[in-house]
Design a protein around this ligand. Structure first.
Ligand code: PFF
Length: 451
């Protein structure tokens, strides 16, 4: 039997959980997607809307996910089923798992781009520009397939190690290294010519850019970046000790995720303008940033190439940073369906990781040869799919399980919650604010699509 608490696994320490959850949250979403969305959407105006989404919707949903997970000690389907008999509960969990699987299928390809670029940098500086451009070509299907498969194999090997020996150990090592590399690179880029222009674009808000599209994009980004809406934190919550304060831990995770995205902006946006100062084209004919999603991959290497010997070191370090951030996220994306197979179908962790990981690897190979699918999958399963999942989780937790039962669970590890202002505030957030705001954003977006 593999369903007892001991054999499911658990975090060794409070910090272990916080680092693993922050590792899940901090990923390509922070370093690749966030800065390009900011630069594309009116600079700091996007950041303001994004912060509101993270703290007013994201944080309460995170507490909800963690509490269901810890209460039930199960995967998203089993967890939601154990708090409500209504059909919507398992459907919510299943939707989350589907989103996770589909997100992982394109996330692996982007993660593969980052590792491919480590070789691109090395070969470029070694004097083999043709080989370098083979490793750097984003539409090179064969190369994409090889790197996404390698990335998945690494992810599977961590997952088969289990919760504390695999996930916790790997993220405990990678998170501090990631922050150190990020800070070193920011200090370096800010000394280069042109970075001041980037800082201005990053920090000067253009509030006239705020519209329904921007709000949907910020909300989707908040869910994606905080790993919410698909049950990743239900799963990670199921391994947390009853002694841990869930509200405090969720706050640390949210702050680290938002903090690292904000920091990444200080690196990426100035770096784009440094690239421009050295002659790289970063704007299209209309004065918008050219191809924002591939920006990090197209523009930054050119900047590294113009930097001489220091460039190879900076380039390798940067893509290593991106790769590590991506790995701690792919680990959590795979852990969700794996925990489902372990709990609901009594499959061993090893078999589940290889079986499900192998199937997702095949999907990633298909995406590798058709990179246009990335935008479509991202729109359906993250920008729309994750807030939709978050909406359903808020309704199941707030009304079917009831917020009182959830607060009872949260009070384990945080006995003071019942008499503090946090209990009524969280109740209003999960029952009223989250569903209404997410619903309104969906309705306005649909309306603006058709009228
Ligand atoms: N939060 C990750 C990122 O910002 O890159 C992506 C992600 C991981 C989304 C895990 C959802 C998830 F469950």
């Amino acid at each position: 039997m593999v369903t007892t608490e001991q054999s499911r696994g658990s975090w060794n320490s409070k910090l272990g959980f916080i680092l693993a959850a922050a590792g899940s949250a901090v990923g390509l979403g922070n370093i690749w997607a966030f800065p390009s969305k900011v630069a594309d959407n009116g600079g700091a105006a996007f950041i303001v809307v994004y912060l509101i989404c993270c703290f007013i919707i994201g944080l309460p949903v995170m507490v909800a996910e963690l509490s269901v997970g810890r209460y039930s000690r199960k995967n998203p389907v089993g967890a939601l089923k154990s708090v409500s008999k209504h059909w919507i509960a398992p459907v919510t969990g299943a939707w989350g798992i589907l989103c996770g699987v589909m997100i992982l299928s394109f996330y692996l390809v982007v993660a593969g781009w980052t590792t491919g670029y480590i070789f691109e940098e090395i070969f470029y500086f070694a004097g083999f520009p043709e080989i370098a451009s083979w490793f750097g070509a984003l539409d090179n299907g064969l190369k994409n397939a090889i790197f996404s498969v390698l990335f998945m194999l690494t992810t599977i090997s961590v997952i088969t190690g289990g919760v504390s020996n695999g996930i916790e150990k790997a993220t405990k090592f990678m998170m501090p290294v990631l922050i150190a590399i990020l800070v070193i690179m920011i200090v370096y880029v800010l000394t280069l010519e042109g970075s001041g222009d980037g800082l201005r674009v990053y920090l000067q808000p253009d509030f006239s850019m705020i519209n329904a599209d921007l709000v949907l994009s910020a909300m989707g980004q908040a869910f994606f970046s905080l790993s919410l809406g698909m049950g990743a934190l239900i799963t990670y919550g199921s391994y947390i000790s009853k002694k841990q304060n869930l509200v405090e831990s969720a706050t640390y995770v949210t702050l680290s995720d938002v903090g690292i995205a904000f920091l990444a902006g200080f690196l990426i946006i100035p770096a784009m303008y440094v690239a421009q100062a050295s002659g790289v084209e970063i704007m299209d004919a209309d004065g918008n940033l050219a191809a924002s999603t591939t920006l990090v991959f197209n523009v930054l290497p050119e900047m590294f190439h113009n930097m001489g010997v220091g460039g190879v070191l900076a380039g390798v370090m940067f893509f290593l940073l991106l790769g590590m951030a991506a790995l701690t996220s792919t680990i959590s994306l795979l852990e969700v369906p794996v925990s489902y197979a372990i709990d609901e179908h009594n499959i061993s962790r090893k078999k589940a990781a290889w079986g499900i990981g192998g199937a997702i690897m095949l999907l990633a190979v298909i995406v590798s040869f058709n990179i246009n699918l990335i935008g479509v999958l991202d729109l359906i399963f993250s920008t729309v799919g994750l807030p939709l999942g978050g909406l359903m989780i808020s309704l199941v937790v707030g009304y079917l399980w009831t917020s009182n039962e959830a607060i009872q669970e949260i009070s384990s590890g945080f006995p003071g919650i019942k008499d503090s202002w946090i209990a009524p505030l969280w109740t209003i957030a999960i029952k009223v604010i989250c569903p209404i705001i997410i619903g309104l954003v969906f309705i306005t977006t649909l309306y603006s699509l058709f009228f």
